[in-house]
Design a protein around this ligand. Sequence first.
Ligand SMILES: Nc1ncnc2c1ncn2[C@@H]1O[C@H](COP(=O)(O)OP(=O)(O)O)[C@@H](O)[C@H]1O
Ligand SMILES: [Mg+2]
Length: 313
Amino acid sequence: MTAALECEGLVKRYGSLLAVDGLKFSVTEGEAYGLLGPNGSGKSTTIEMVVGVLIPDSGTVRVHGHEMARHPLRAKRLVGYVPQEVALYPDLTGRENLRYFGRLFGLRGQRLRRRVAEVLDVVGLADRADERLGTYSGGMQRRVNIAAGLVHEPKVLVLDEPTVGVDPQSRNAILESVERLVAGGTTVLYTSHYMEEVERVCDRVGIIDRGRIIAEGRPEELMATLSPGGRAEVEVDGDVQAAGVAVAALPGVAVTVADHRPRLLLVTWTEGADRLPDVLQALNGVAAVVRTAAVRPSLEEVFLHLTGTSLRD
Ligand SMILES: Nc1ncnc2c1ncn2[C@@H]1O[C@H](COP(=O)(O)OP(=O)(O)O)[C@@H](O)[C@H]1O
Ligand SMILES: [Mg+2]
């Protein structure tokens, strides 16, 4: 399989601060790769080196085999960059902004017109394209920002926290656009501190902390290797205290009562097969079971397990 993006030994210092500390990862053509980490972990610094706007202190970036430091024009042409901060002209319309970015990449005439119309469709803004950008909501401006990164038809799209600060509707529209692009064969590098987004959009995830990738794999792999066992919610009717005691008596099973839901038992087991049948048997004759649900471990917990700190502080 061809590597669309390869980073090796990337280092960046700001004064005495080591922001990126020997980072290495690669993204296969057509893959969606997520860099997941808390604020300040080095995501934006990494992304800026990947797209060639920041020069690494050491290390290399290759885009489809073209080394960024040696052949920046060839490498950059293959990359679309959607920065964390919106970089657009508020007095121009959405369409005019996109025409401007298209011209920067050498598009003209019919091709420019067609590409601008296509990317407006991708982000679902065709019907608002001729209104001034300054009148758009924050979420809509973010979507134009994404379209600007796509207008020259890059093979690799790099998005730096594209949903921060947007309303839920725009957030969903953004995630859907990214999913459609991935389905259509675009390679994606996506950063976020929201694990739900990375789980939804990405085939593979690198967990970044203090400028290093501390774990990497498919979301479900990471969760399986790092938090073995399982969890379930069990809602009971009757004597909750007695129910808790009965479940807690099972070997290898722990139970707590939910803070705001006094009839909900949170049951966890640390290894082995599904223990829910044992739990139900233990409750037999103690309390009626109203509902059960398996709870998937989250990347949030994986992160906590690896670093002892939370993704969102
Ligand atoms: N231009 C800069 N000058 C000095 N320090 C910086 C600069 N940019 C980022 N940093 C610092 O580098 C670290 C990594 O930042 P950044 O790459 O922006 O992380 P993230 O995108 O994950 O929030 C942080 O400690 C941040 O304060
Ligand atoms: Mg950032």
